[in-house]
Design a protein around this ligand. Sequence first.
Ligand SMILES: O=c1ccn([C@@H]2O[C@H](COP(=O)(O)OP(=O)(O)O[C@H]3O[C@H](CO)[C@@H](O)[C@H](O)[C@H]3O)[C@@H](O)[C@H]2O)c(=O)[nH]1
Length: 455
Amino acid sequence: MDSIHPTEAAAACRTCHIAAIPYPGRGHMNPMMNLCRLLDGRDNITVTVIVTDEWLNLLSSETSPPNLKSNVQLRSIPNVLPSERSRGDNYTEFMNAVFTKMSEPVGCLLDGLDPPADVVVADALLLWVVDLCKQRNLPVVALWTESASVLWALNTFERLHAAGQLPADFSGHKALAYLPNVSTPRLANFQMGATDFDILRSFVRKYYWFRTTAHSLIMSSFDELESSAMDEIRSEFSLPIYQVGPLIPHMLLPAIPSLPDYFSWLDSRPKSSVLYVSLGSFLPISASQMDEIVAGLAGSGIPFLLVSRDSKLCRPDGVEGSAGLVVPWCDQLRVLRHPSVGGFLTHCGWNSTLEALYAGVPMIAFPLFWDQEPNSKLVVEEWGIGRRLKDKDENLTSELTASKVKRFMDLDDEESKCMRDRSEKMKEICWEALNAGGSSQNLQGFLDQITNKCC
Ligand SMILES: O=c1ccn([C@@H]2O[C@H](COP(=O)(O)OP(=O)(O)O[C@H]3O[C@H](CO)[C@@H](O)[C@H](O)[C@H]3O)[C@@H](O)[C@H]2O)c(=O)[nH]1
């Protein structure tokens, strides 16, 4: 048989067109956009990101805009979903809309792409992408935006379910207390009420389309962070897996012409003195919980920068009687990297967790939902770079918040010092993953596989 010389093979390759379909929620949109930024400017690749009209506006109006060069473009479908700003008010309604209303307009948009897509990269939650791609004979790559530990926990969950061994209520179930070889995340940590649980249980089982149907799996974590969970996943999943993380917007950090005002406020504070507070983009906490947190922050005397959409709190002179400033939204990674930020009170969404790791900032964990509880266990118990705002049996009060925050931000406290040293070490591990030769270079393996399809 005639052999083909590698340069001839390369010459025979044409540009490969990727269609990217993110799940339309902030914690999923951001990693997909960061993946696209990593693909931007590469030879022989174009990317079309398909979002709703609302997301097109949101992405275009941000402090750090999409910042894409010519080979990544954004295209939109009509707003067929409840707004991003209110999706946390009724997330089952929102998810149902995502599962039933997006497929058709996305399909129409895909059909009209010129040149047509060669491959689809879709969020792992978007089950309907399977049929969409099957009908068009397109390979689909899944993007997993939660931790590897959570993926492994869910896999165990699924296996037990298939064997008929999953109890209806496993919260106190001994056999489910620990996952083999993955020390901290436990199945019982997926917190939710009974009704939510039923809906989500059937939904989670559908996560697994990608194990049998996807061409490959991209993950937003990185090898060194969760190596035992990754070993388990690799030994059981037969599709190619590329950990390309931390999939956070570090590439945007140098590129901003003028900074918003809250950076001048941060500039005027001493090193590591400010607590940054953000409980994510998705689920609102109750007004009474927010009141306790804000009163506690004010009572602690610690300067804080709080993200809240509550217009009562967003006053130019800050929170009355406190050293705090409230903003409706901020450039989070840039804030975390600011030298005066010394701590992060967070709900432990996976993106926020990765961003805090990258910035070397220790965390006060206040998980609200789903993977945030297992993520908080990684932060507090596995990596030792955080504390809990409250233990399970404690009530959230302003006094508790004030005392936890004060001790956490005390730079002379011995325990606090150790936590800060460990955060610095985790930061180094994170930065090494991003350096040449680090595990985030797994992206090249993915690109080689994808571009091969176009040769
Ligand atoms: O003022 C702000 C507040 C947030 N962010 C960004 O918004 C993202 C928030 O993502 P994440 O921390 O993961 O929180 P959620 O939006 O709550 O993420 C959802 O999606 C995540 C990934 O699947 C899950 O881990 C979470 O539990 C789920 O709630 C991060 O990139 C933040 O940098 C900002 O840029 N500015």
